[in-house]
Design a protein around this ligand. Structure first.
Ligand code: G3H
Length: 171
């Protein structure tokens, strides 16, 4: 492949990764993380009873699903600004807000409260809301919570707060 075609191919792949929402395939780093995850789980909790919960789906970006942030800015500039100004309450056209996600997570949170040693694999927006709940943070701040990719976060509820440990995959 000539250098120009390779550069174009690279830009297209990067552009794909910047898209929000949807049920995108794993990126090459996502595949690497999936390979490392069992080891991280063994280090942290153990256990092996997988369940799929629809309520853990990604925040629904409505008409913006599958677009990059730059595309949203170009096509829906007012929405882009509105979301920046109030990310917790902003609801995507035909989609959801973080506030909506918090409401749909309520049954899941109740289930988690009753359970022990649970591993949750889901999307960043959803993890932010679950993290905020267990860390007793104001939910309106959840859209800015630091939940990095390729990282397993272990939360252990204690009598006076929640202990937190992070296991970053070496990829
Ligand atoms: O893909 C979207 C992430 O889960 C959260 O993105 O910071 O725009 O809400 P956001």
């Amino acid at each position: 492949q000539d250098p120009e075609a390779a550069a174009l191919d690279f830009r297209n792949r990067i552009k794909h990764y910047e898209k929000i929402g949807g049920d995108a395939d794993l990126s090459p780093r996502g595949h690497q993380y999936a390979q490392k995850l069992p080891d991280l789980v063994r280090q942290s909790v153990g256990g092996d009873r997988p369940l799929t919960w629809k309520a853990l789906d990604e925040l629904d970006a409505g008409v913006c699903d599958g677009m990059t942030y730059q595309e949203i800015k170009d096509v829906y500039p007012e929405d882009f600004v509105a979301r920046d100004e109030d990310k917790y309450n902003y609801r995507y056209r035909g989609g959801e807000s973080y506030r909506d996600v918090v409401i749909r997570l309520e049954p899941i949170i109740m289930e988690l409260e009753r359970s022990e040693d649970i591993l949750i694999v889901t999307h960043q927006a959803i993890l932010r809301c679950i993290y905020a709940y267990f860390m007793k943070k104001d939910q309106s701040r959840s859209p800015w919570m630091n939940v990095p990719l390729h990282c397993l976060i272990k939360l252990t509820p204690r009598a006076y707060g929640t202990d937190e440990e992070r296991y970053q995959a070496d990829i």
